[in-house]
Design a protein around this ligand. Structure first.
Ligand SMILES: Nc1ncnc2c1ncn2[C@@H]1O[C@H](COP(=O)(O)OP(=O)(O)OP(=O)(O)O)[C@@H](O)[C@H]1O
Length: 213
């Protein structure tokens, strides 16, 4: 179990200029927490800060007691951020290589197998593993990006709408992968307003304040 993610009076400025109310939460390893709030409420902006990709306007985000650094969390954005001209396997390998600085693996190389295991675990058809990502469907691309976020079993997963392009069966497979990561001690944070996911998470953080005073 990790020490978890501490969000200490974090203030986040939205691209619109609006400042969200200060957020204070502790997310333990093993939790799968949904950030909710409806379209345009600021979910993506909150996730960017929790993942350490942007500094908050105030406050701090600590992972296992130290300030979160970019690259520590496994991240899925709505844009997927896949590299065109590379295959599914190569896109997932990019994160492995980014960490240890080694050359891109060959198909028979030692790095490829665990990457292929991740793609298999997310039920990406084997026939597509060595296709360029631009040749894949939106749902397949989303699973490639999810596989990349899972590489190296990061202590924190920050996932923006992780099942938005998936059918129910594929979403179940992704959910099972997230549960495995949480069981292994990761903090899992996802942005979603999907009732199917909200019924499964351990906790919800709503960005919408109650209307009653
Ligand atoms: N590039 C941008 N330029 C200007 N305003 C933006 C930009 N991106 C987002 N916004 C605005 O900032 C606010 C928060 O956006 P954000 O994407 O964080 O919300 P969200 O809850 O993730 O939305 P969605 O559910 O639609 O993805 C919204 O009002 C949005 O319209």
């Amino acid at each position: 179990m990790t020490g978890g993610l501490e969000v200490r009076t974090v203030e986040i400025r939205l691209p619109s200029g609006h400042l969200l109310p200060p957020l204070t939460e502790t997310l333990a390893g093993g939790e799968i927490v949904a950030v909710t709030g409806g379209a345009g409420s600021g979910k993506s902006s909150v996730l960017v800060v929790l993942a350490g990709r942007a500094a908050p306007a105030a406050g701090e985000v600590l992972l296992d007691g130290t300030p979160i650094e970019p690259g520590t969390a496994g991240v899925l954005t709505q844009q997927h951020e896949l590299v065109g001209g590379l295959t599914a396997v190569e896109n997932v390998s990019v994160r492995v290589l980014g960490r240890d600085g080694r050359r891109a693996p060959r198909r028979s190389g030692s790095l490829v197998e665990p990457v292929e295991d991740l793609l298999a675990a997310l039920a990406l058809p084997r026939a597509s593993w060595h296709n360029l990502v631009e040749q894949l469907s939106g749902g397949q691309q989303q699973r490639v990006a999810l596989a990349r976020s899972l590489v190296g079993s990061p202590p924190l997963l920050v996932l923006d709408e992780p099942t938005s392009e998936l059918d129910a069966a594929s979403a179940d497979i992704v959910w099972a992968a997230l549960e495995r990561a949480a069981s292994a001690g990761a903090v899992v944070v996802l942005a979603t307003d999907d009732p199917a996911l909200l019924g499964r998470v351990t906790r919800q953080l709503s960005l919408v304040r109650p209307t009653s005073q």
